[in-house]
Design a protein around this ligand. Structure first.
Ligand code: DAK
Length: 257
């Protein structure tokens, strides 16, 4: 019998959630969506966690939504099942998210990685949106996020053909932050996450909100929003500590206030 569909651990201020459903190539069943959402919510509420890594195994990040669970789903089911709730839940996470991708990231798996704030990929990673081959289209943000990162033409090709791209091409196209050698992907992702986790947490969350707003707003509105968030950062104790530490030539001790 299959065990828990995700495992969690922490490493130096970083929460790591790993999809663990190897018999189905980490397909995102309703149970996986629920467990993943819960783990992310718990880490997001934990003041000891400054960054979250979402990972799979060496072989597969996630092969997408569970096709077997989806085949007989009615329209009503599709409206209410956990996957529909998962995506807004993920978007509400204030803590930065790093996707650590090795092997296949397909369909909802690719969308999960794209919904994260940064992606670290093994050279073995393959990304793709094969939904079209099943008679559906991406439903977890793939068309929108790919079009924003790649531009219309490149996104259109991937979405209309379902062609998979390897890590090197994904890096060239700007989807992936860095590509590592096989076997080094998780440590590299955790290292990047730990760097973020060492930064003052309120400023980190404000910075995440500011960058995400760039996709949603016109430049003038985005600049005004950034200005408000900057002013909030100025009101924190951590920024007094950060600036004092710089002037006194010592390491800052951030307390999340
Ligand atoms: N769902 C269910 N089972 C899957 C699966 C999937 N996505 N992917 C693999 N499996 C199962 C296989 O059926 C097989 O099961 P058994 O035959 O052993 O029972 C087992 O995992 C091993 O699979 P393979 O034999 O195929 O393994 P390989 O290593 O040869 O190939 C592969 C790995 C990942 C290349 C291949 O399995 C594959 O192409 N998988 C399907 C990829 C795919 O088409 N993904 C897109 C799914 S649709 C939404 C949000 C999001 C979505 C929808 C709605 N809303 C918010 C509304 C997302 C949709 C999708 O992702």
């Amino acid at each position: 019998m299959a065990g828990e569909p995700v495992t969690v651990e922490t490493r130096g201020g970083v929460g790591i959630v790993r999809l663990d459903r190897p018999e189905a190539r980490n397909a995102l069943s309703p149970e996986v969506f629920e467990a993943l959402g819960e783990a992310i919510d718990r880490f997001d509420a934990d003041p000891g966690i400054g960054c979250i890594v979402i990972a799979g195994s060496d072989e597969v990040f996630a092969a997408g939504a569970d096709i077997k669970a989806m085949r007989d789903r009615s329209f009503q089911d599709a409206m209410t099942q956990p996957s529909a709730r998962f995506w807004p839940r993920l978007a509400a996470c204030r803590t930065p998210l790093v996707a650590a991708v090795s092997g296949f990231a397909l369909g909802g798996g690719c969308e999960l990685a794209l919904a994260c704030d940064m992606i670290v990929a093994s050279e073995t990673a393959e990304f793709g949106q094969p939904e079209i081959t099943l008679g559906i289209i991406p439903g977890g943000g793939g068309t929108q996020r790919l079009a924003r990162v790649l531009g219309k033409q490149q996104a259109m090709e991937l979405v209309l053909t379902g062609r998979r791209i390897r890590a090197a091409e994904a890096h060239e196209l700007g989807i992936v932050n860095r590509v590592t050698r096989e076997g080094e992907w998780l440590d590299a992702a955790v290292e990047l996450a730990q760097l973020v986790a060492r930064r003052p947490p309120i400023a980190v969350q404000l910075a995440k909100q500011a960058v995400l707003a760039a996709d949603e707003t016109a430049l003038s509105a985005g600049l005004a929003y950034e200005r408000r968030l900057f002013e909030l950062a100025m009101a924190t104790e951590d920024r007094v500590e950060g600036m004092s530490a710089f002037i006194e030539k010592r390491k800052p001790r951030f307390r999340g206030r």
